[in-house]
Design a protein around this ligand. Structure first.
Ligand code: NAD
Length: 358
């Protein structure tokens, strides 16, 4: 069972296209998929008074995977209390309740879109394919003590990691690397931070179980620099929560196209949450302008990581590449003055490409 949580803004427009693609690839590969929709975000708040109603959470817990659109928008920015706002009241509790501790963000630049990158053409001419694996539930964002001193003149955040937390994220990263280019770069600040020294030790121990993956270590400041200097040296990057927050955004923007970037959040089982990294794009919602490819590529990650359907996932990724190679562009990825198509038509081309290779 796949829970479909479309959410707000462009969410419904893009998830419906990703579901069409999932249905088509399942038919081609000869398996069946079941979908059930539920309300989330502002739409759920308007209908039920809560951005994550209990029946939505229950559906997600019963499902093999969650396909998530996006939540939020100006209409709900002033909702009180703030904990009932869609982003805070839906997405964060959903990740927590589902125990999702690993965030996987592929930063893929298709050669056909090389001109969209902020980097020089000679650096990205052959495209980019980096996977950033970010620890999502530990480190500085959650460690205690945290807060202000009584006199208000100082503040503290605590960075804490346990061996168990590092071990499990390292395994997710090694597994991913062993299915890709077999290179893993672990990023830390081991020259300064004790949590980073523990991180390095544990990652080295886990590496013994993955002899086919080449492990390297890099300090976070160097990694930030190397990502713009020579991004093609990276295959998979694994890092702690705050470093990952920053580096995954940096890596994503090397590709220059928000509408193209998928993500996966995984826990200890196979279940996961799959969503585009962009938001609800209120400025273009309801106009058939949104690029559905980030959500379609998120559906490919869903097949790969939650359902174990690698060949179906690759079919979708190849169909997306073929669609771009054929020159089809939504407005966000089109060169100035060139012909653009809408959300549904872009998905139609992906479906045609899928069927052409069936
Ligand atoms: P956004 O990602 O929604 O939009 C930023 C810009 O990118 C806009 O100009 C938009 O039109 C464009 N864009 C985004 N996705 C696109 C797509 N698929 N195709 C074409 N163009 C696209 O970010 P924002 O404007 O900062 O946020 C809007 C709302 O979304 C806010 O309420 C924010 O809190 C919410 N948001 C939700 C999530 C989530 O649900 N995971 C993530 C980010 C932002």
């Amino acid at each position: 069972m796949i829970a479909v949580l479309a959410g707000d803004g462009i969410g419904p427009e893009i998830t419906v296209q990703a579901v069409r693609v999932l249905q088509a690839v399942a038919q081609i590969e000869g398996f069946t998929l079941e979908f059930e929709e539920a309300l989330v975000g502002g739409a759920a708040y308007d209908a039920t008074g809560h951005p994550l109603p209990p029946e939505t959470l229950d559906l997600c817990k019963r499902s093999d995977a969650v396909l998530f659109g996006a939540v939020g928008g100006p209409k709900w920015d002033t909702v009180q209390p703030a904990s009932m706002r869609p982003e805070v009241g839906a997405l964060l509790p959903l990740r927590k309740e589902l125990g999702l501790f690993a965030n996987l963000r592929p930063a893929i630049l298709y050669p056909a879109l090389a001109e969209a990158s902020a980097l020089r053409a000679d650096i990205v001419r052959d495209g980019l394919d980096i996977l950033v694996v970010r620890e999502l539930t530990g480190g500085m964002y959650f460690g205690s003590p945290k807060g202000r001193s009584e006199d208000g003149l100082s503040a503290v955040d605590t960075c804490r990691y346990s061996v168990g937390e590092i071990d499990r994220i390292a395994r997710v990263a090694f597994e991913a690397a062993s299915r890709r280019g077999k290179k893993l770069c672990s990023v830390d600040k081991a020259n300064v931070l004790e949590t980073s020294r523990l991180w390095r030790e544990v990652v080295c121990q886990v590496a013994e179980d993955y002899p086919d993956v080449e492990l390297t270590h890099m300090l976070v400041d160097n990694c930030a620099m190397q990502l713009v200097r020579e991004p093609r040296q990276f295959d998979v990057i694994v890092t702690e929560n705050m470093f990952g927050d920053i580096l995954s955004d940096e890596a994503a923007m090397l590709t220059g196209s928000l509408g193209m970037l998928p993500s996966a959040s995984l826990g200890s089982g196979k279940a996961g949450l799959f969503e585009p990294i962009h938001g609800t794009a209120p400025d273009i919602a309801g106009k058939d302008l949104a690029n559905p490819l980030a959500t379609i590529l998120s559906a490919a990650l869903l097949l790969r990581y939650s359902l174990g359907k690698e060949s179906a996932a690759q079919r979708i990724e190849r169909a997306v590449k073929a669609t771009l190679d054929a020159g089809h562009r939504t407005a966000d990825i089109a060169a100035a003055g060139s012909k653009t198509i809408g959300t549904a038509e872009m998905a139609d081309h992906v479906l045609n490409a899928l069927r052409a290779t069936a």
